[in-house]
Design a protein around this ligand. Structure first.
Ligand code: CNA
Length: 296
């Protein structure tokens, strides 16, 4: 773990990285904004790192391809197979979770977690036992799968389409699917996802889930410490939360790469799991992950 100190002008100078633990010890209402980086040690790729999904897609789709297309609504509607070709990489894993997820759970157990705004769709928070009411899944989840046809309300358990996702085969809606071949032959060439099931994850071009709107304003007011972890903080509106929290609320970054477009009071640069052990050690907390072996 590489500790770097930056000081924002509005806060007293922070001289020592261990003050991250002091800030956590004092805080009562911590917001944790998390991203794909906290799950990479489970073998789930993030988006933007060298080994991330975007790098894999760029080499597969060829030069000029835009890897964000895979998670873009308009593209899904024209070519759902693109999403189905890659989605298995971010499917929720069974049971496993990381030391950092364990650390978030510990914040909750200690009564310090106001909310975990997760951009992740892997539901690993559930495996770690973080209480559901403490989690806002900003980009949805695989918990549900819905028919993509606009006038069909068919919705089912997300896990029912996991076999298709694993086999990279489109899953069809039992209500619309019988009609689909006719539609495809006629006017719906631009709507190839007619009758295709889509997991309840938020694509680029869609609004965030209602739960986000319902809690964010109040949480921003009540937050007394912000921890940003495992995210490049590039996807709005989550990337904007940091600008909406009062400037005297301390901010800690825990990430492999530095973030240059905003300032933090403490930057713990390195693996989030190392940061979890480092902070838990200073706080005298035991994580239930002493023997964890990271995959990356
Ligand atoms: P991103 O843009 O790929 O950024 C990930 C960040 O994590 C990078 O800045 C890395 O430096 C950092 N990082 C990678 N590994 C580690 C590690 N072990 N310890 C600490 N930091 C690490 O991903 P974001 O989450 O910022 O982007 C938001 C997207 C990613 C959301 O829409 C998600 O739905 C989407 N996504 C989610 C998952 C998942 O659920 N696990 C996987 C891939 C993408």
């Amino acid at each position: 773990l590489n500790e770097v100190i930056t000081t924002r002008s509005k806060l007293p100078q922070i001289n020592n990285p261990s003050e991250a633990a002091d800030l956590i010890a004092k805080a009562k209402n911590i917001i944790v904004i998390s991203g794909a980086g906290i799950s990479t040690s489970l073998g789930i790729p993030d988006f933007r790192s060298d080994k991330g999904l975007y790098a894999a897609l760029k080499s597969r789709l060829g030069p000029g391809a835009n890897p964000t297309d895979v998670f873009t609504l308009d593209v899904f509607r024209k070519d759902p197979e693109l999403f189905y070709s890659i989605a298995e990489k971010v499917l929720p894993p069974d049971q496993i979770y990381t030391p950092f997820h364990s650390f978030i759970k510990k914040l909750s157990d200690e009564g310090k977690l106001l909310r975990n705004y997760t951009q992740n769709i892997d539901a690993v928070e559930d495996n770690a036992g973080i209480p559901a009411e403490k989690i806002i899944r900003c980009h949805g989840s695989f918990h549900k799968a819905n028919c993509e046809t606009s006038d069909c309300t068919y919705s089912t358990e997300g896990s029912s389409i996991f076999p298709n996702i694993r086999e990279k085969k489109l899953a069809f809606c039992p209500r619309c699917a019988p009609k689909r071949p006719d539609v495809l032959k006629s006017k719906c060439a631009n709507y190839a996802s007619y009758g295709v099931m889509r997991p309840g994850i938020t694509f680029f071009g869609e609004n965030l889930p209602q739960a986000y709107d319902e809690s964010i304003d109040e949480d921003e007011k009540n937050c007394d410490l912000l921890i940003v972890a495992g995210t490049s903080l590039k996807v709005p509106p989550v990337s904007k939360i940091i600008d909406e929290i009062a400037t005297d609320v301390p901010r800690i970054l825990i990430n492999m790469d530095p973030i240059h477009h905003t300032d933090f009071d403490i930057n713990l640069l390195g693996y989030s799991d190392d940061a979890a052990f480092y902070l838990a050690g200073l706080l005298g907390w035991k994580l239930d992950h002493e023997t964890f072996e990271a995959k990356s």
